[in-house]
Design a protein around this ligand. Structure first.
Ligand code: ACO
Ligand code: LMR
Length: 603
């Protein structure tokens, strides 16, 4: 048996990790926190596959809750879990949480149909690690104004307000049935008898937190004066409770009702809705369990209306806050999700803010490079070297003559009479794996090599074996004996850094590739990727994981696209000024080849 303590739960600030996602339940927890007057949601993150975040409401305002694919990515502190995974996955996912968060107090398992051997194994683990686990098939636990771990007490704000989950009282409510826990909470609310806490054990054959543990928790909870219990036929838990009453280990008044008399009308015992609700032996029948509880001193109702009458006798404790909350509840239920969300800028009453600051003052106090790299990163940058580097590469990449892919396309489009935007876009569309758009892929490569600690020889070999080109290596014009003057300048920024691991790796790769072929130099894309990674890692303190995320959103290519747009626009304007008319190739500039002569290239 574990010591399940409500007073301990009352003392902590709940920080919940959800295993799996079930938005209506998670929103109900966030609404409970909001209506309880908390400053922030108790749900700190979700462990699930899919997106990086989920949208929820904090009152009427939309917020995002982070979603993590792997528990090791979950760097936040948590003290409770809510397991929303399927029955098959419950054991594995719960044990993973215990391993990763050794200080977690415990949590709730919502899923039904947890294999019985898994439930038994969880009972053993719960005792071994001294963590409470409520469920499986539980709607959770509720402590008014403090904790809502599951759909218990209602899902919508109106349901929660009607159930008076924000007003504390003296009654502890238990049932294996989630529906009945909610029903009793509502009955108590109507009669203005507040609850001290409520929980459902879950109606599976093997509840991990036993009714006995819950009754002991109520006994030791200072805020609880009464226990209301709705039981049903099946299982023997009530005999353990009766023993507690008999031995005076539970002295607080217990009002209970055990459902399932109808079972006696059948020759063979019927199975009711819950897995546990079947009385195969006499001792499991509602009648026998009631007898035992009566004998032990509980107030046992013979039918539901008697049960209600007994509840009626409990003193009323609720002080009314209902009216104010009902208004807020109605208001927040009108909320609608926005069409999309933005984390970088906002506009309100004509004022534009970027990264939370007034754009006009931001523009006055920051350079263009500082503004754009902050916007690209989604947060204000810290280091001068980053803004200097970005400023430099933006200037350096503006143009590389009229002959390069992008410029050619823009020039042709401009001469074909196309407008500015069309001509610009036609040039931009050439940016890709061979031309200017290899920065991101190069960053991916350098990053994965450093992460996996691959040596440069093996790295080059791996690409050669697959017959793939290495992004950031090679140039049509420049060779080892005709170096690209831009690359030297880009690399010079690494001298401001301590470790420069990415730059060193890229240079080591270049040494190997140029020893194979003179044109396989580190090109501007490869050099920018390496130095930018080093600056972001060393000066902006961006972790390897976050850098990887930046490569996933193509952050690194943004600089070439932006800068070269300047050159492409300039070429468009230049052509319009010159006004030579339509461009057309003459046949002598096109050689005919037979299809089999075409050289296959692989990327
Ligand atoms: N990795 C490995 N081998 C390469 C690479 C590379 N990145 N680039 C060229 N080679 C090899 C080719 O296999 C070829 O070998 P072969 O003669 O034995 O067949 C030889 O070098 C020459 O290759 P080409 O394709 O003729 O070289 P080309 O001058 O056309 O290509 C290019 C230049 C497109 C830049 C190429 O090197 C490449 O794709 N590099 C990777 C992508 C890249 O970094 N692009 C950005 C360039 S910089 C910029 O655009 C701003
Ligand atoms: C560029 O900056 O456009 C060049 O490096 C590409 C090229 O083909 O020269």
């Amino acid at each position: 048996m574990i010591m399940f303590s409500i007073s301990k739960l009352r003392k902590i600030e709940p920080k919940i990790i959800a295993l799996g996602s079930y938005p209506p339940i998670l929103q109900s927890i966030i609404d409970f926190d909001y209506l309880s007057g908390k400053k922030s949601p108790s749900l700190v993150g979700i462990l699930a596959s899919g997106r990086k975040s989920e949208r929820y409401f904090w009152g009427k305002k939309e917020i995002i809750i982070p979603v993590f694919q792997n528990i090791s990515d979950f760097k936040k502190d948590v003290n409770l879990f809510l397991n929303l995974t399927s029955g098959r996955r419950v054991l594995e996912s719960t044990l993973q949480v215990f391993d990763y968060f050794p200080n977690i107090f415990g949590g709730v398992i919502f899923a039904e149909n947890v294999p019985e051997k898994d439930a038994i194994s969880l009972i053993q683990k719960s005792r071994k690690y001294k963590k409470f686990i409520i469920g499986p098939a539980s709607v959770g636990i509720l402590i008014p104004q403090k904790l809502k771990l599951g759909p218990i007490g209602g899902v919508t704000p109106t349901q929660q307000i009607k159930a008076r989950l924000f007003e504390t009282g003296k009654v502890a409510v238990f049932s294996s049935s989630g529906g009945m826990v909610n029903e009793i909470i509502n009955i108590l609310a109507q009669k203005r008898k507040g609850i001290s806490f409520a929980l459902s054990f879950g109606a599976e054959r093997f509840p991990i937190l036993s009714p006995k543990e819950a009754f002991l928790a109520a006994e030791s909870d200072k805020n609880t004066s009464f226990i209301v219990y709705f039981g049903e036929l099946g299982g023997y838990d009530e005999y353990e409770v009766a023993e507690l009453l008999q031995k005076k280990l539970v002295k607080k008044p217990v009002i209970c009702y055990i459902a399932g008399f109808i079972s006696e009308m059948f020759k063979t015992p019927p199975q009711f809705g819950h897995a546990k609700a079947i009385a195969k032996r006499k001792k499991e029948s509602a009648r026998e369990k009631m007898k035992a509880l009566k004998k032990a001193g509980a107030k046992v109702a013979n039918n539901f209306s008697e049960f209600l009458k007994e509840i009626e006798k409990i003193e009323s404790t609720i002080i009314n806050r209902q009216e104010d909350l009902s208004k807020i509840g109605e208001e927040i239920e009108k909320r609608k999700p926005a069409l999309f969300i933005s984390s970088i800028s906002e506009e309100e009453e004509g004022e534009v803010k970027i990264l939370g600051k007034d754009l006009v003052s931001f523009a006055k106090n920051h350079t263009f490079a500082e503004i754009l790299v902050s916007l690209f990163l989604g947060r204000e940058i810290k280091s001068k070297i980053l803004s200097k580097f970005v400023d430099f590469i933006l200037k350096l990449l503006v143009d590389h003559g009229p002959g390069v892919s992008g410029a050619v396309n823009t020039i042709i489009a401009s001469r074909a009479g196309k407008d500015l935007v069309s001509s610009l876009v036609s040039g931009l569309l050439t940016i890709g794996p061979r031309f200017g758009g290899a920065i991101n892929e190069a960053a991916k490569n350098w990053l994965s090599a450093i992460e996996k600690n691959i040596n440069p020889f093996d790295f080059v070999e791996e690409f050669a074996l697959k017959k793939y080109y290495i992004a950031g290596i090679g140039h049509r014009k420049y060779r080892i004996d005709l170096p690209d003057p831009r690359v030297k300048e880009i690399l010079s920024f690494a001298s401001y850094l301590k470790e420069k691991r990415f730059t060193q790796f890229a240079l080591a790769v270049e040494k190997i590739t140029t020893s194979k072929k003179g044109n396989l130099i580190l090109n501007v894309d490869g050099a920018i990727a390496a130095v930018l990674l080093d600056i972001l890692y060393e000066k902006e303190k961006i972790s390897l994981k976050e850098l990887k995320e930046l490569t996933e959103i193509e952050f690194f290519n943004a600089f070439f696209v932006l800068s070269r747009s300047v050159g492409l626009i300039a070429h468009f304007l230049d052509q319009k000024r010159i006004d030579e008319g339509l461009f057309r190739l003459t046949p002598d500039l096109i050689s005919k080849i037979k299809p089999f002569e075409r050289k296959e290239k692989k990327f």
